[in-house]
Every structure is written in C-alpha cells, then in structure tokens.
Design a binder for this molecule. Structure first.
Ligand code: SIN
Length: 304
C-alpha cells in the first residue's frame, strides 16, 4: 500500500527535493523510510521543513541510514558526540564549510551522507549551495571521461584542519575546530566513482580536500584539478537551499559538493550535523547496485 502522506517536490532541475508529510520526531515506518531513501537517491539532496527534533531524535533518524561517523575536527554538541556543531557567532568572521567540498572525502571509507539540522538561522543569508557531481561528470567530453576513468586522487584534511593552519585559523581560535594533530591521514579514491545505489557515475574530487592525482605531483595535478573545479561549480549544476529554523537537509556525499554562504555577518547561525559512514567507492558498477540492493533488503527484513 502506498503511503500518500509523503510528497516529494523537486527544488530545481539539477538536484534537491523537498519532502513533506513526514514528522521525523516520531520515527518512520519502513514504508516511509523506503520512499525517503528513493527520493534521496533520485535527488541527491532532500530537505524536510518545520521539524522539531531533540538531539536524540536527530540521532535516531541518522541511525536509519547506517553507522554514525564521529567527526574528529568539529566541536561536538554537549553530551552528544555523534553531533557536530556548525556554528557562527555574531562576532566571528569565518563560517564553517564556506568552500566547495564533499564531507569526509579524506576518510579511507568516505561518508555516505550528512544530515544538517537548523537550530538558529540568521534573519537573512546563510543559504547552502549544492552541486551535482553526476551532472558535472556527464557534461564532460568522451575524451576527458576516458582519461579520468583511469585516475585516482589523494584526499587529505591537513590543509583544512591540520597543525600548519591551526594557528592562523579563527575556527581553532574560537574552539569550533579541534584535534589539529589528528589531521594527518590521507586517502586515495577513484576520480570517477560509480554510485553504489544508483549505478550513475559521478566526479569525485573536490577543492577543499583533494590534494593531487595519485602518482602525480601537486604541480602536475593543479591545472587539471582547477579545470574540473571550474567546470563542476558552474551554476547550471547547482541548487540553492534557504534554511528556516527546523529545516533538516540530508545530502549524498558520493555525488554532490556543497558550500555554506558566509553572507550574514553580525548574526548567529547554529546547525547540528551528523555524518553517516559509507562504503568504499569504486570506478565500476559490476554487480555493485545488485549487491547494494541485497544489503538494503536484508537490512529492512531485519527491521521488519
Ligand atoms: C557543512 O559544510 O557541512 C556545513 C554546511 C552549512 O552549514 O550549510
């Protein structure tokens, strides 16, 4: 039986959809969850409005998707290490996440997605932009696609959260970031990945965390990476999300970038973010979608 309460309305022709008819505070039926998961895979970013959630309810929603990844660099919400605080105070200049990026691409196993809940929003500004890495990939020439298909890239967190930047960083000075000494790990991922659930190919490099192509120097990598960044951030691959208090958005880190606009100086913005563990990313899809569907079915059978 179809649950007619859940409605899905696209936010743009690129990515993003608003889901109405769902109260996330009460837990979700399996049927609702399947509808939401399908929309997430189809639109890469989904948003729910007017949600009134405690941290425990936010965590419970996140746990429907997988294991929570505890962020080592963001200050956690008091008493809730699973939730990272994304805060900017009226006297602060820099916000968190202002450059285009993909959360946690520096992890060996990159994140599935992130779930951001708006607790305090400014009177104006503070929107988040998203870009579709499916569309960016699909718009490349066949020659470029062929070349990228054999490449891997090194991702790291040192340049954003490491010791070399900590002493100059307002984020560290204000206690919003922590653990600079833990920003030493690097990870290598394919430059083009096949999404484990949709089977679509997506570009998987980003300006914040990608350091270079694997086996290339940084100088050799820069021109091609710069081209890809210019290409992928074109407005026609993007969608803009305006927040209101109680909005909760979830995005797919395997096929999107996002950046938080810093255009609300003198005002407070406070968001709570939970990131969900993903699975290793591969360039090819052989059997991947089937395997993924099997895993989801097994998961749902256990829940039912
Ligand atoms: C983030 O980069 O995860 C934060 C995005 C936002 O605050 O809009």
């Amino acid at each position: 039986m179809t649950d007619i309460r859940v409605t899905v309305k696209p936010l743009s022709g690129t990515l993003g959809a608003q889901i109405d008819g769902v109260d996330l505070s009460g837990g979700l039926s399996n049927q609702e969850f399947v509808q939401i998961r399908d929309a997430f895979h189809r639109y890469s970013m989904i948003v729910f409005r007017d949600q009134d959630l405690t941290p425990e309810q936010h965590i419970a929603f996140a746990q429907r998707w997988g294991t929570i990844n505890i962020n080592r660099f963001f200050r956690p919400v008091d008493g809730h290490p699973q939730i990272a605080e994304v805060r900017k105070e009226p006297d602060q200049q820099r916000n968190i996440g202002s450059g285009w990026h993909t959360d946690h691409s520096y992890d060996q196993v990159p994140a599935l997605g992130s779930i951001l809940y708006a607790r305090i929003v400014p009177d104006f500004g503070g929107d988040t932009l998203f870009a579709s890495m499916y569309l960016a990939y699909e718009a490349l020439s066949d020659g470029m696609k062929d070349m990228l298909s054999g490449l891997k890239a090194v991702h790291g967190s040192e340049q954003s959260f490491g010791v070399s930047v900590a002493s100059k960083s307002e984020g560290f000075a204000t206690g919003r970031y922590q653990n600079a000494d833990k920003a030493t790990q690097q990870a290598v991922h394919p430059v083009v990945v096949t999404h484990p659930a949709t089977g679509r190919k997506a570009l998987y490099v980003n300006p914040e965390f990608t350091v270079r192509f694997d086996g290339w120097t940084q100088e050799e990598s820069e021109p091609l990476l710069d081209f890809l960044y210019q290409h992928a951030s074109q407005p026609h691959f993007t969608c803009r999300l305006s927040w209101a208090r109680g909005s909760l958005a979830m995005w797919d880190n395997r096929c999107t970038w996002h950046c938080a606009l810093n255009d609300y100086h003198g005002q407070r913005r406070l968001m709570h973010r939970i990131t969900i563990d993903g699975e290793p990313l591969h360039p090819q899809s052989d059997g991947l979608v089937e395997q993924h569907n099997h895993t989801i079915k097994t998961m749902l059978t256990k829940i039912i």
